[in-house]
Write a protein of this length. Structure first.
Length: 422
């Protein structure tokens, strides 16, 4: 197991000191009374066939199977004007099946010899302080922001190391800011400097020492409308601004929804990746009635660069989906999607999604227009009662085709179950 960092040892030592205080041990303090602890088991099979890749020196398939465990313990807060608390997260990933010619699924670390690690693990903590409706967190963080989305899409979730502050002092308005100094990638045990991606291409030639962010969300209109404004900076690589609008409107038996967003990004500081010029607009409109939800979306990428993000994150772009991002330079894309919740037919816990996206107008830099398309099928079920109540099963099949990047046929099978320990 990876040794805990100095920051983590400090946090855990603080927890012990707080826990040993007789005053804090009192149930009415909230430090113990409001504590929670869960353990999630996640069994993950992931397969990608790159159907258009041939040749002895090119990997034509990524296929692995792994078992993950995610432990989360969260204390309450001590009494007094400033409440103190501690959170701890523990992660363990275990290889069940892999091979040197099938690695790089994002489930497991890969050694220098090309083989996947048998296991990897991490134990870290966060010190939290609360005053009124404002909270400061220092240590292991998992922010979920338009400029840095929480990308829990593989065996274990990623995290960052740094400090963040969240304030809800004004009714309906949530403000956040933070400074992150390193990252723990989804398939690694250690901390790394942060890198960027332009659309789907990792930019490994440059690393940043910090990601800084600030912004807020304002909810009004009986909580049916949210407006957002955010700023993110991957130091010396790029900075990015975001404006967003979400709205939900009941109309008889229907509920109509809109999710709109606009990004604007440019190079930052030392310009370690050179000039970056990107603007991105997305819209995802929905109509829900009973168990049916219909979506239609449009996304446009503008400027001289592809959409930038922190490696290896997803983004809130409306047409970003499991396999392709539709975020290449100058790309325009359309989405049609249909969700059905089988609770409407008396089968609660069973849900399905079918989605199709097509994109074109990509500036490939190779003298031809890039085009791509993707079809996704998702089926999920959570057992509602009996011995296996709470067990979740999810099946995903995706087919993605392009004339400028690799074609992909993808399958995922995920089992998950969470025990409440406290």
């Amino acid at each position: 197991m990876k040794q805990t960092s100095h920051a983590t040892r400090t946090v855990l030592s603080t927890a012990v000191a707080l826990g040993c205080s007789s005053q804090l041990m009192a149930a009415e303090s909230g430090f113990i009374e409001d504590a929670t602890a869960t353990l999630q088991a996640r069994n993950y099979y992931f397969s990608r066939d790159y159907s258009d890749i041939v040749g002895a020196n090119q990997q034509s398939k990524a296929e692995e199977w792994a078992q993950g465990f995610i432990f989360n313990a969260r204390s309450g807060y001590t009494q007094g004007p400033i409440g103190l608390g501690v959170d701890v997260i523990g992660l363990l990933g275990i290889k069940l099946d892999s091979g040197p010619d099938r690695t790089n699924t994002g489930l497991l670390p890969v050694h220098s010899d090309g083989r996947a690690a048998d296991e990897y693990s991490r134990l870290e903590g966060t010190l939290k302080l609360r005053y009124s409706k404002t909270e400061l967190r220092v240590g292991e963080l998992q922010p979920n922001l338009p400029v840095l989305v929480f990308s829990d899409i593989r065996l274990l979730p990623p995290s960052y190391q740094g400090a963040s502050i969240t304030s809800g002092e004004i009714n309906g308005l949530t403000l956040q800011g933070g400074h992150l100094s390193s990252t723990h990638l989804r398939n690694e045990a250690g901390d790394e400097k942060m890198q960027a991606m332009l659309s789907y291409v990792p930019q490994r030639q440059a690393s940043s020492d910090a990601f800084n962010y600030g912004g807020g969300d304002y909810v009004f209109n009986d909580k049916r409308t949210t407006v957002s404004a955010w700023y993110g900076q991957l130091e010396d690589i790029y900075n990015q601004r975001f404006l967003g609008l979400k709205h939900s409107q009941p109309m008889g038996a229907w509920t109509l929804g809109a999710n709109l967003g606009y990004f604007d990004a440019k190079e930052d500081g030392k310009d370690l990746l050179g000039n970056i010029d990107n603007q991105a607009f997305y819209s995802l409109l929905s109509a829900k009635r009973g168990g049916h939800t219909f979506y239609i979306g449009y996304q446009g990428i503008y400027g001289e660069s592809a959409f930038p993000r922190v490696f290896a994150n997803i983004s809130p772009l409306g047409n970003e989906v499991p396999t392709y991002e539709f975020a290449s330079t100058d790309e325009r894309s359309w989405q049609a999607r249909y969700d059905y919740d089988f609770a409407a037919l008396g089968v609660p816990g069973l849900t399905s999604t079918v989605r199709y996206i097509t994109g074109n107008n990509v500036d490939t830099g190779k003298g031809f227009e890039g085009k791509d398309r993707e079809r996704d099928l998702d089926l999920g079920y959570v057992v509602q009662s009996g011995t296996f109540k709470g067990l979740g099963v999810r099946v995903r099949n995706a087919m993605a085709r392009s004339n400028y990047r690799s074609d992909i046929d993808e399958n995922r099978l995920i089992f998950s179950y969470t025990w409440t320990l406290l």
